[in-house]
Unconditional design. Structure first.
Length: 700
């Protein structure tokens, strides 16, 4: 379709308007120039000429008056004065005639002027003849004065009047012509001005109808769109000019704005929900929690639950993240099924979920509601989850906090629920706990202990102590197990069961183990080179594929033979990631380091671990040794372990030997080594020489 350009139409209209204005201006200028020339002609030719003729006529009259004075003079001086005056006027007339001659030639009055000059010369000649006639007697009155000179004077006056009349007529004609030119120019300029005005008015109307109003309508539509009205339509889309093109562009903008708004709504919905499970995310959870806190200030009470899965990490480690994601989605589905109207279920991140219960009128109602839901969640999440061919059991620990009437922030409520959740985990997992004020005190005590522990680790206050491992047959010391001990200047002796788990939570246990190992190797350099040194390693360290290289570097730096070092691990380290553990153990054995399985008998897959990992020694857990003299079951288990170890070619160390009876029973059954308070508790390096001397005397 043909595109009709407003710009071209406006340009043409403006060009026409400018052309009219140009014509008007040019016509006015030309007319003014013509009128100016005509006025100049009237002024320069006719008015000046008429003025000269008037002066000439007046001078001739004064000349005639001077003649009259001569005729009327009564004495000689009067005659002389009259003749002098007449001669002077005659001279002026001659000058005026000379000045008018070129004017007469210019205005085409030569013939009339010549006739005038002839009558004047005739008058002047007769005047002079009359004067000459009276020259002898100046008082004599020449004859014929009244008739001859009068006729000639009248002839001069008539000729002068004729010149004046002709000049006036010509000037009037010229002025009339100039006036006609001015009138014509005025009419022409007025007509052109009217045409320009009409064209300008039409142009304004056209601009109003074709441009201003459509632009106003489009602007109004865009303003509605800016206010959020996405149903508005942009007008003037039918036009095939610049306004139509602009309307089309704005329509595209409107559609994009609508699409962007819809995308923004979807993005905001996604921003408020977890991408994996579809549950509310932390952002939406925080918003709803703020609303619950406002409701609590009006007397209502709301329970907030934090849910942490108990055994989710092994799912990811053993089965992969795809299975882990499926487990999280199933947990989310079960939580949706357990919660009702008015409740918000959220995934806060990882394997941590949260629930905000609907407000209750009082604390008792809120507690009943929370207890019922928490019990159902613990039961449902403790059931088996099937993902393909994989069955997993994760379970969950719940912490519950109640909103209070006083000003409590969302962060404080979450912190209280978090404390309660960790108490549930501490109390055995798979259960729920409500927040209690004592939990806060416990947390602060833990934080203080953590700060002291970090400082102690940095200052080297955690020291290696050594418990002897005794050859049960000879009574001699075969080596030592390195045990970490911490004596705080204010707390006193802090038991390992207190600070070792905290170090593991903080991720600092590997750092402490490496520091203890370096100091222990330095201490053991002074002992019998046949003695071994056993060091416990955490499951996290064993998963680190760089750990064998770290051990090799420490041995090399200390100049300590690898054959004297024993690395003790628990079955927990194997359960976490058997493949990574086997890789690390193989690397350690390749260095020459011996590998010991600690606390044997307490795991549920010990036989498979013995088959998968090549151990040099196993240590029977103290729980069996302590009841050896009293329990047939303990005797049977010890006999079975010893038989299994001997058949696999592994040495056995019995832990927790505290009586001579237990030592004798173990020796009789072929247990090679033992350790426990019967021989010695763990002692600092400075006490080892005396301990060795004492145990040597006992062995002798």
């Amino acid at each position: 379709m043909h595109f009709r350009s407003i710009r071209i139409r406006l340009t043409a209209s403006i060009a026409a308007l400018l052309a009219i204005f140009t014509v008007v201006s040019a016509t006015a200028v030309v007319s003014l120039i013509r009128i100016d020339r005509q006025i100049e002609t009237v002024d320069r030719k006719w008015l000046a000429g008429t003025q000269l003729l008037g002066d000439l006529k007046n001078t001739i009259s004064e000349f005639r008056v001077a003649e009259g004075y001569r005729f009327l003079a009564m004495d000689q001086p009067g005659v002389i004065q009259a003749e002098f005056l007449a001669e002077r006027q005659a001279t002026v007339v001659g000058e005026l005639i000379g000045r008018f001659r070129p004017v007469a030639e210019e205005v085409d009055m030569v013939e009339d002027f010549r006739r005038f000059e002839a009558t004047w010369r005739d008058l002047l000649d007769n005047h002079r003849a009359w004067i000459d006639e009276a020259a002898g007697d100046q008082m004599t009155k020449p004859m014929g004065y009244g008739s001859t000179l009068q006729r000639r004077y009248e002839a001069v006056q008539i000729a002068a009047n004729n010149l004046i009349d002709d000049a006036r007529a010509a000037a009037s004609a010229e002025a009339t012509a100039a006036n006609g030119s001015a009138t014509h120019a005025t009419l022409l300029v007025a007509a052109l001005s009217v045409m320009a005005g009409l064209l300008g008015a039409g142009l304004m109307v056209h601009a109003e109808v074709q441009i201003a109003r459509p632009l106003g309508a489009i602007t109004s539509s865009l303003a509605q769109l800016a206010e959020g009205d996405r149903s508005v339509r942009v007008p003037e889309l039918h036009r095939r000019d610049e306004i139509g093109a602009m309307a089309t562009a704005f329509e595209v903008f409107r559609r994009n704005a609508v699409a962007l708004g819809q995308a923004q709504e979807r993005a905001e919905a996604l921003a408020r929900h977890d991408a994996l499970t579809g549950l509310a995310n932390r952002r939406l959870f925080s918003t709803r929690l703020q609303s619950a806190l406002k409701a609590s200030r009006n007397g209502l009470m709301t329970a907030v639950m934090l849910i942490d899965l108990d055994h989710f990490k092994p799912v990811n480690d053993l089965h992969g993240h795809a299975v882990g994601d499926s487990v999280l989605c199933e947990v989310a589905a079960r939580l949706r099924g357990l919660t009702g109207i008015g409740m918000l279920v959220a995934r806060l991140g990882g394997d941590e979920f949260a629930v905000i219960l609907p407000p209750a009128p009082d604390r008792l109602a809120a507690l009943d509601q929370a207890i019922g839901l928490a019990a159902r969640i613990v039961e449902r999440l403790g059931e088996v989850i099937v993902v393909g061919d994989t069955e997993v059991v994760v379970g969950a620990s719940l912490g519950i906090a109640m909103t209070l009437e006083q000003d409590t922030t969302a962060a404080e409520i979450l912190r209280m629920a978090d404390l309660a959740m960790y108490r549930a985990k501490h109390d055995g997992r798979g259960t729920f706990r409500f927040f209690e004020a004592s939990m806060d005190a416990d947390l602060r005590a833990k934080a203080d202990l953590e700060a002291d522990l970090r400082a102690a680790l940095a200052a080297g206050e955690i020291e290696p102590f050594y418990q002897p491992i005794v050859d049960l047959a000879s009574g001699g010391v075969a080596g030592f197990e390195v045990l970490a001990r911490w004596h705080h200047r204010r707390r006193g002796f802090v038991p390992p069961v207190t600070f070792i788990p905290l170090l593991e939570q903080l991720g600092l246990l590997p750092r402490m183990t490496e520091a203890i190992l370096r100091r222990a190797l330095a201490d053991a350099q002074a002992w019998d080179p046949a003695m071994t040194l056993a060091v416990n390693v955490s499951p996290r360290q064993l998963q680190d594929l760089a750990f064998p290289a770290i051990v090799a570097n420490i041995l090399m730096s200390a100049g300590f033979p690898p054959q004297r070092l024993e690395i003790e691990i628990t079955e927990t380290a194997l359960m976490t990631d058997l493949s990574a553990a086997k890789t690390s153990l193989q690397a350690l054995r390749a260095l020459g380091v011996m590998v010991v399985l600690d606390d044997f008998g307490t795991g549920y897959s010990s036989l498979s671990h013995l088959r998968e990992a090549k151990f040099d020694k196993i240590k029977i857990d103290r729980s069996f040794i302590g009841t050896l003299a009293k329990s047939r079951d303990s005797v049977a288990i010890v006999d079975a372990v010893l038989g299994l170890a001997h058949s696999l070619g592994m040495t056995v160390v019995a832990e927790g030997i505290e009586t001579d009876v237990a030592a004798a029973m173990l020796t009789a059954r072929g247990c090679g080594f033992g350790q426990g308070y019967l021989f010695s508790p763990a002692v600092p390096a400075a006490a080892v020489p005396a301990l060795l001397a004492s145990l040597g005397r006992l062995a002798a």
